[in-house]
Design a protein around this ligand. Structure first.
Ligand code: ZN
Length: 252
């Protein structure tokens, strides 16, 4: 059976159970308008798959603000402040860290929040996407007091609300092979991760209410990555639904 057949088979089980498999799409590291950014915005438009764009606030320019105003369903999430690593050498990279004083980290988050809400208005959803998908626990605890109501990292969430007032919805399928080629990780790998998360949700081994998240990084997509995204977004099944971003973070 091909990988696509496996996906279809899994979704058949959802359909038989009367369930709808919600999915969502997050793309990271947007700063400015580039041909690569235009490409994923065109995908959103062409396939009607709503896009959550994690924007690095420190680098936002007027061209990006103008470009996103032309889109229909694109929503902006907060990608830290300036994507700077504060972890000591030899440790995993982290911007929202517990190496610095908490007050310094909070000041960065506030600055980023102000930039994004000022530039993007209602297009900005108060959701934190920590750079490198890592955030210290004591930083997480401060987020609701800063006006941030959502959190998105990578892998199956442990709980829906890590602290009161903060809804976590992660991504589960990464198209990039960060530890190897830093290019496309391959159709086999993507579809295996996708089917594994859907099947774990259906079986109750993962939180069924956590939408399955696709994670992309437009700045490093090569031709095979783009080909896969074309195939995935044009794949249709009655039990598969790409959620709007306010539908993923439904407090709005
Ligand atoms: Zn990033």
């Amino acid at each position: 059976m091909s990988n696509w057949d496996n996906l279809r088979n899994e979704l058949d089980h959802w359909q038989e159970a009367g369930l709808l498999a919600g999915m969502w799409w997050r793309d990271d590291d947007a700063v400015e308008v580039t041909p690569a950014l235009d490409h994923i915005l065109a995908l959103e438009q062409c396939y009607h798959v709503p896009l959550a764009l994690a924007v690095v606030p420190a680098g936002v320019n007027a061209a990006l603000v103008a470009r996103l105003a032309e889109t229909l369903d694109t929503r902006v999430l907060q990608h830290g402040w300036n994507h700077e690593n504060h972890a000591p050498a030899g440790q995993k990279k982290q911007e929202l860290d517990d190496v610095r004083h908490l007050g310094d980290v909070v000041a960065d988050i506030r600055r980023g929040f102000d930039v994004l809400s000022g530039h993007f208005g209602n297009r900005f959803l108060p959701v934190m996407v920590p750079p490198w998908n890592r955030i210290a626990d004591d930083v997480v605890a401060t987020l609701p007091s800063l006006g941030i109501q959502g959190l998105s990292t990578f892998n199956t969430r442990k709980v829906a609300f890590p602290v009161p007032g903060l809804l976590q919805v992660n991504c589960h399928v990464d198209v990039i092979d960060w530890k190897g080629s830093r290019g496309f990780v391959g159709e086999d790998s993507c579809l295996a991760a996708l089917v594994a998360h859907l099947s774990a949700r259906r079986a109750g081994q993962a939180d069924r209410d956590e939408a399955t998240g696709l994670l992309t990084h437009h700045l490093v997509h090569d031709a095979p990555t783009n080909m896969f995204l074309d195939d995935l977004f044009s794949f249709e099944h009655p039990a598969l639904k790409w959620l709007t971003i306010p539908g993923v973070f439904p407090w709005q």
